[in-house]
Write a protein that binds this ligand. Structure first.
Ligand SMILES: [Zn+2]
Length: 352
């Protein structure tokens, strides 16, 4: 059974997202929303499964791209510019950001969003992944052949608490796998490889403790929010060898593993090769075409560029915001997974 992942990349996201509402306990807003069929819902599903619809985004200093960060695409620049403009209009509401963060505590297996700080942590992580890429980079145009029979599920978890895709106003580059109390939280190498990075971004910052493996064929994998790692840089691991114990370090609400796959600088949605819910690989052998990965990335960036955001000010109501963007209140609530008409100053709402 040999398939080309390029087919999967375009067909899979819809069915994956469609399945999300049943199991992603933290994807609260999606539960009552019907999944529409067709292209439009494909573009909107990821944002609606975002773990933080309540918008705890702090927008200060978001335009800063720290040293070593990956270059922004045009679409990302536009989004940042737009967010900066929103920020300039809304300086007086910044003091509520902390209260917003508290409001989503208790969600299970989720990462929180906190604008500038998260972006900085994202950028550091991406730079670490990029450094790992170069260690094993080959030709960027060559396909990656993966023998999945020699792979291992990185975690025993069978619950995706956050899918790969658009989350609020940026990309979520991995799959979040919820880790419940009492479950085996051992995290193992998905493929044979070498440890190229262990890093601690902080107990409450970014991705907490993470480990990056280089698999020697242009593929790198990342395992984040660990409570501890049992490996050191330079260690050689077989698929299934223990990396560490999953946890809740970094900006994480509820223990979960954040797992990323990247091939020569292009991200792979791990759900296209692993069937996490059933604890198995999707194909015995698979070919990952970088052209398809790039096309998938372009799709996401195009979708992101369509989104518009508004930061709620004191005295705003849904009706006023809906009118401003020429959409219905129902649509505004649907875009943001709101169950009631309650909004808070400082909350960022997606408006298109
Ligand atoms: Zn994650």
């Amino acid at each position: 059974m040999k398939r080309v992942v390029s087919i999967l990349l375009f067909s899979l996201p819809l069915c994956l997202w469609a399945k999300e509402d049943g199991m992603a306990e933290n994807a609260v807003p999606l539960v009552e929303q019907p999944i529409e069929s067709g292209a439009e819902s494909l573009s909107e599903a990821p944002a609606e499964t975002a773990e933080n619809p309540a918008g705890t985004v702090e927008l200060t200093e978001t335009a800063e791209n720290p040293a070593g960060a990956v270059e922004l695409t045009e679409a990302e620049k536009l989004i940042q510019q737009e967010l900066a403009e929103i920020e300039a209009e809304n300086l007086e509401t910044d003091d509520v950001a902390e209260a917003d963060s508290l409001a989503i505590e208790g969600e299970d297996g989720a990462e929180s969003e906190s604008g500038a700080e998260s972006e900085e942590a994202d950028a550091e992580l991406a730079a670490d992944m990029a450094a790992a890429d170069s260690a094993s980079a080959d030709s960027a145009v060559k396909s990656l052949f993966l023998d999945m029979t020699a792979s291992a599920m990185p975690s025993e978890s069978r619950r995706i608490s956050g899918p790969y895709g658009i989350r609020t106003y940026r990309m979520h580059r991995g799959v979040d796998l919820g880790l419940c109390h009492g479950e085996d939280r051992t995290i193992v190498a998905a493929f044979a490889g070498k440890v190229v990075k262990t890093r601690n971004q902080g107990r409450r910052r970014g991705y907490g403790k993470y480990v990056i493996l280089d698999h020697g064929n242009g593929l790198t994998t990342l395992y984040a929010h660990l409570s501890k790692w049992n490996v050191k840089v330079g260690d050689t691991l077989q698929a299934g060898d223990t990396i560490g114990i999953g946890g809740n370090t970094g900006r994480s609400f509820g223990a979960h593993l954040h797992f990323e796959m990247r091939y020569n600088g292009l991200y792979i949605d791990p759900s296209t090769v692993f069937d996490f819910e059933n604890g198995k690989f999707r194909w015995e052998q698979t070919e990952i075409d970088p052209v398809a990965l790039q096309a998938n990335e372009d799709f996401y960036q195009k979708e992101l560029s369509k989104h518009r955001y508004y930061k709620v000010r004191r005295g705003d109501c849904l009706g006023k915001i809906a009118r401003k963007y020429g959409i219905s209140i129902r649509r505004l609530k649907q875009l943001n997974g709101l169950k009631s008409n309650m909004i808070r100053p400082g909350q960022v709402l997606r408006c298109s």
